[in-house]
Write a protein that binds this ligand. Structure first.
Ligand SMILES: Nc1ncnc2c1ncn2[C@@H]1O[C@H](COP(=O)(O)OP(=O)(O)OP(=O)(O)O)[C@@H](O)[C@H]1O
Ligand SMILES: [Mg+2]
Length: 875
């Protein structure tokens, strides 16, 4: 009896129609021979097509545990139906007891189940003539004892694993067509299993893609039949286990089968095994028999296939690379049980999302009936918006309404009353949401007023080039203000010249290279090349003039000075001068800083704060952690579940993070990564495992969570991110190129080229670790940079800096040294205690001297003095 027969008689004819309809897109066998191979009629567990002429007796498979023979039986005298029988013989002449028991169990289960289930082939009671068995005897060296022999019906077809491999290599269908083949097949497999569970009253305990035979008869290639083989571990559900209640026992056994079914579906839809490490451990052995032998020899409980599964992150990535639609991917992952048990989600708890194979087959039945609607959309709001991923709307702020009113009032005053400038101080702990608060509140309103929003971000490790952040921002301001308009260029130039003369213009050219264009057009280029030392005062005047000139164009401005706790003295002096300039009008200065990182003695910003208090009026806004209700609103929006439902989750998250918004975000991402929070395809809403989340240890530091994430990347990418972190929160692609060659692992010959770097960084971008802006790669948050940096052991950090400096110097010895001078010197200085060679010390002393000269020429004397001091200390 075959499943096909059963299908035709017992199941709703609608389903059959669907199967037939969905399979019609398979190219004709004649047109595509590979397709013929896929759905064609090939031999059991081997790749012997029907066209292949078998000798009357042939060995189909040799395994360490047993060999499988095919014996021709043209008249079906041995009781089969396919003109052949399969003979399984334990290969060991003196087999272990457990091996004999395994074979005996297969005989027993096959005999009993085949009467009840179409998908099980029967064991046969055969007696052979000597001639028939000659070859076997030759091979085995003796007449096998009957306890070593099992005769079974011969099944034409291929294993599901082979079916998948052929289908993969044929690549004939495209994803949709492939699905139209795979979904009916998945349904048949689930249906067969439900029959074995419910009608047969048994579980298989060993479902895998090698233990499923798929066959499509030549004349009926529109429909496949499915058989479950390898019943050596199968058992009846009624067998009384020791020490557990019957119902529990049955449930556990069924659920194990369902998880394995999920694994099989994973392979079917993605084309890859979910157990890579398992097969790697056993030399990529794809034979089920070999695996069975390992299972028997290592002890079945020790070789639970589930425990060798790839991590969830990898499973997701394989499914997405294989273009499995997200809905289907969720269905498969949930069936595999990757989202853990003991769920306490929106609904009541359960152990496994499906309680029976019948439910799974019913779900697939729905897919079969309406594949298009299933694959294209899903009505559930939560899924629709997030496709089962946690996603954040970075443009929405929670719990900041009051603070936004204060900031907007200040903004309105500056804009509408054309008053002199105002200063707002925004303080809070790292990750409290200062940057987002200012960005979200002011950027759009100022742009709407035709003004400029200048975000000047200071960096902990990147204060190498004096005034670096300020200069970059003023370059942006210049470009944005003139926006390619010649008239504006002229107006701006005339205004600046009027205020500070040609000499002042020349200073601006030194500081902002984009200015060169204007100055050259006014024949003052020589002026800029004089190399004359510029007084800091002159430089400040030049910038003041520039800002006034921009204001003169009628452009209001918001100058957002972010992370001022890391600002250098020269920048702070300039900021102070701009704030106190009586001519500064319609400028809103917003200064943000981490309140816990400003101590009076260690940071120039504290002096700036005192100066500010003495010289200018300012408003203070504190950005505190989110409140409990805000966290709940936030979580509810992220996963699109109503607030009452998310309260239990958000309460835990609040307790764990104290409402620090960066921590909340990172924690929720990591819960999703680990499968503790997921969208349940079955229940159509989000679920989470409260007890595991509760027991998760969270340090009150987002860097720790992000470090965990970085550690999942390839070693190349980790190395690259660590190097990037040594250079600061952002890094130009050109600098990464200089560092690239060294990012390779030792046993690899090829170099780590820019294309590898770009590819790896794309992964980091995809994972939200890095952002790209123009030619720059920027850590998505300072805490991520910190995390990457702290992955370098503390005692090695200075050596890394030195190494990076030396590598960059080597790479741009001939050209580009000038551009990268400050970066190189800074890196070397951070690791100078490791420089032992005298020649190297002299070389780096000279470099410091060059950097000092360059800083002096830009009027940044304090930095210049530091470079000279460093140079002297090297001698
Ligand atoms: N009120 C909020 N609602 C929702 N998301 C927020 C809120 N505030 C901040 N975020 C998000 O939290 C993350 C961290 O915020 P942000 O970078 O502004 O913190 P920060 O205080 O500037 O930290 P740092 O001191 O480290 O610079 C960002 O992804 C941001 O979009
Ligand atoms: Mg910030």
């Amino acid at each position: 009896m075959s499943l096909e027969t059963n299908l035709m008689s017992g199941i709703d004819s609608k389903v059959i129609d669907s199967v037939v309809m969905l399979s019609l897109d398979v190219p004709d066998e004649k047109d595509d021979p590979q397709c013929g191979a896929m759905v064609g009629n090939t031999g059991e567990s081997g790749c012997h097509g029907q066209e292949v002429r078998y000798p009357s007796l042939c060995c189909i498979h040799e395994g360490p545990l047993s060999n499988l023979y095919r014996l021709a039986d043209p008249t079906n005298k041995h009781g089969g139906k396919t003109n052949a029988i399969a003979i399984k013989i334990l290969s060991d002449q003196f087999p272990d007891k457990s091996h004999i028991a395994w074979l005996k169990n297969e005989r027993y289960m096959s005999t009993l189940l085949a009467c009840r289930c179409a998908a099980v082939r029967t064991a046969l009671n055969c007696s052979f003539s000597m001639t028939e068995m000659e070859e076997v005897i030759d091979k085995e060296g003796n007449v096998p004892d009957s306890s070593r022999v099992l005769c079974l019906e011969w099944l034409p077809g291929v294993t599901l694993r082979e079916w998948v491999q052929i289908s993969n290599s044929a690549k004939i269908n495209g994803i949709m067509n492939n699905l139209k083949l795979c979904i009916p097949l998945a349904w048949q497999i689930a249906h067969s299993l439900s029959e074995i569970h419910e009608v047969g009253g048994a579980v298989l305990n060993n479902i895998s893609s090698e233990n499923i035979i798929v066959n499509s008869p030549q004349n009926r290639k529109d429909i496949c039949t499915v058989h479950m083989i390898g019943l050596g571990f199968a058992s009846f559900l009624q067998e009384d286990p020791e020490g557990s209640s019957q119902a529990d026992h049955v449930e556990v056994k069924v659920q194990k089968d369902l998880c394995s079914l999920g694994d099989v579906f994973f392979e079917l839809f993605s084309g890859q095994s979910p157990h890579q490490s398992y097969y790697d451990r056993h030399q990529k052995n794809t034979s089920s028999e070999k695996i069975d032998s390992v299972i028997i020899s290592e002890g079945k409980d020790n070789v639970d296939r589930g425990s060798n599964r790839r991590p969830l992150r990898e499973l997701r990535s394989i499914l997405s690379k294989s273009s499995t639609p997200p809905q289907l991917a969720l269905f498969v992952l949930e069936l595999m049980g990757v989202f853990d048990s003991g769920v306490c989600g929106v609904s009541t708890s359960c152990h496994h999302c499906y309680s029976s194979a019948r439910e799974v087959s019913e779900q697939l039945y729905d897919f079969l009936l309406e594949p298009e609607s299933f694959l294209s959309t899903m009505s559930q709001q939560g899924f629709h918006q997030s496709m089962g991923c946690v996603s954040f709307n970075a443009n929405y702020l929670y719990g900041r309404e009051e603070q936004q009113v204060v900031l907007m009032n200040s903004f309105e005053r500056v804009i509408s009353h054309k008053k002199a400038c105002e200063v707002v101080l925004v303080s809070g702990y790292s990750g409290a949401g200062k940057t987002a608060f200012v960005e979200q509140t002011l950027r759009q309103p100022i742009l709407d007023k035709g003004g400029q929003f200048l975000h000047i971000k200071f960096d902990q490790l990147c204060q190498v080039k004096p005034l670096a952040a300020m200069l970059a921002a003023f370059t942006d301001l210049y470009i944005m203000s003139i926006s390619g308009d010649e008239t504006k260029v002229n107006e701006l130039t005339i205004a600046v010249e009027k205020m500070i003369g040609m000499e002042g213009l020349a200073i601006l050219v030194e500081l902002i290279p984009s200015f060169r264009k204007i100055v050259s057009s006014r024949s003052a280029l020589e002026c800029s090349n004089t190399g004359a030392l510029m007084e800091q005062k002159q430089m400040i005047l030049a910038f003041q003039a520039f800002v006034r000139a921009v204001r003169g164009l009628g452009i209001p401005m918001v100058l957002f000075l972010d992370d001022l706790q890391w600002a250098d003295t020269a920048s702070l002096d300039l900021i102070q001068a701009l704030i106190t300039d009586p001519e500064s009008t319609s400028i809103l200065f917003v200064e943000s800083y981490r309140q816990n990182e400003v101590t009076l003695d260690n940071c120039p910003f504290s002096t700036h704060l005192e100066d500010l208090k003495a010289t200018a009026k300012f408003i203070e806004i504190q950005i505190a952690n989110l409140q409990k209700k805000d966290v709940n609103e936030f979580i509810s929006k992220i996963i699109c579940e109503p607030q009452p439902s998310t309260k239990s989750l958000s309460d835990i998250l609040y307790r764990k993070t104290s409402g620090n918004v960066l921590l909340v975000i990172q924690l929720i991402k990591s819960l999703w990564d680990e499968g503790l929070l997921w969208f349940s395809y079955r229940k159509k809403h989000w679920e989470w495992n409260s007890s595991l989340i509760e027991s998760k240890k969270i340090l009150h530091d987002a860097a720790h969570l992000m470090a965990e994430k970085i550690l999942h990347f390839s070693s190349d990418l980790q190395l690259l991110l660590k190097k990037m972190a040594c250079l600061g929160s952002r890094c130009d692609k050109s600098i990464l190129c200089l560092l690239g060659d060294d990012c390779k692992d030792n046993d690899r010959e090829d170099t780590y080229s820019m294309s590898n770097i770009s590819y790896d960084l794309d992964i980091a971008i995809h994972e939200g670790i890095v952002k790209k802006a123009g030619s720059k790669y920027i850590f998505a948050h300072d805490q991520i940079q910190k995390a990457a940096y702290e992955l370098i052991p503390k005692c090695e950090q200075s050596q890394w800096h030195l190494q990076i400096g030396i590598q960059m110097l080597r790479a741009c010895k001939d050209e580009g040294l000038d551009n990268n001078l400050f970066v190189i010197v800074d890196q070397v200085n951070r690791g100078k205690m490791h420089i032992t060679k005298v020649s190297q010390r002299i070389e780096f002393a000279k470099l410091n001297c060059c950097a000092g000269e360059k800083a002096k020429a830009s009027g940044v004397f304090l930095s210049a003095a530091l470079y000279f001091e460093q140079g002297i200390s090297l001698l």
